[in-house]
Write a protein that binds this ligand. Structure first.
Ligand code: KIV
Length: 272
């Protein structure tokens, strides 16, 4: 497979489907604020996900459940202002779409109108089918999310690998096919066996983006703060750390403290 990147001026949901058809892998990272999103976009990342993982990495909650629709809109609008090339997908947070399709549509409309995001992502399969259809009918692109779905953490009880048993694997494949049939433009598969993820990617024509789902899928997503090594207490097997920013930033800040205390900073050239 060639690693050459075709040049796209602006990534759209159609671009992603074309990328899969052409065998070009899709790169996706999360971002939650303007400054980081600017760097992610200019690095050529195809998709920026304003994930509800903001609840963990930005707000320090243990789970993704507490983040609100208003907070997601705040993060997403900051990211949208930065993104010139990347497609911006925004997570519908827990509690904003599970109760009924009308509420789901209202939440999706708020995201699109108030943040300027380009699409929404929702966790779940056939149990949220009607909500997905209603949102799609309003012209809003939807990405699905199957496998480990962190909004259901209290149902699962743990963050371990999902769909290892045949019955759950079969249900997951059926859900993926259903999401394609109703019109989703892509699906995130989180923390499932690599051979199952590959099978899903081969059985649908929409792109499958994996996180902890192996290399047989159409693209990869990571949480930005994890891949930059800013978070240092989270080390699942699937995570590749490209930097160790926790250490580098701590070093820089410690140096700053020393420089202030010792009156080394500011020096003559750093004042008016
Ligand atoms: O919220 C998030 O960051 C996500 C990714 C882990 C896919 O949903």
């Amino acid at each position: 497979m060639s690693t050459a990147k075709k040049e796209y001026r602006r990534i759209t949901v159609k671009t992603l489907v074309d990328m899969k058809a052409n065998g070009e892998k899709i790169s996706m990272l999360t971002a939650y604020d303007y400054t980081m999103a600017k760097i992610v976009d200019s690095a050529g990342v195809d998709v920026i996900l304003v994930g509800d993982s903001a609840s963990n990495v930005m707000a320090g909650h243990e789970t993704t459940l507490p983040i609100t629709l208003d907070q997601m809109i705040y993060h997403a609008s900051s990211v949208v202002r930065a993104a010139e090339r990347a497609l911006v997908i925004v997570d519908l947070p827990f509690g904003s779409y599970q109760s009924d399709p009308k509420e789901a549509l209202r939440s999706a409309i708020r995201i699109m109108k108030e943040s300027g995001g380009h699409a929404v992502k929702m966790e779940g399969g056939k149990e949220i089918k009607e909500s997905i259809k209603r949102i799609l009918n309003a012209g809003i692109p939807v990405m699905g999310h199957l496998g480990l779905t962190p909004q259901s953490i209290y149902k699962f009880g743990t963050y371990t690998v999902r769909a290892k048993e045949e019955e759950e694997a079969k249900r997951l494949i059926e859900d993926a096919k259903m999401l394609e049939r109703v019109g989703c433009f892509g699906i995130v598969l989180e923390k499932i066996p690599a051979n199952l993820a590959k099978k899903v990617a081969e059985s649908v024509s929409i792109p499958i983006i994996g996180i902890g789902a192996g290399n047989g899928v159409d693209g990869q997503v990571l949480v930005l703060h994890d891949m930059l090594g800013m978070t240092h207490e989270f080390h699942p097997r699937f995570l590749r750390r490209y930097l160790n920013l926790y250490e580098d930033m701590t070093k820089a800040m410690t140096q700053y403290v020393n420089d202030v205390k010792s009156e080394d900073f500011p020096n003559e050239n750093e004042q008016y």
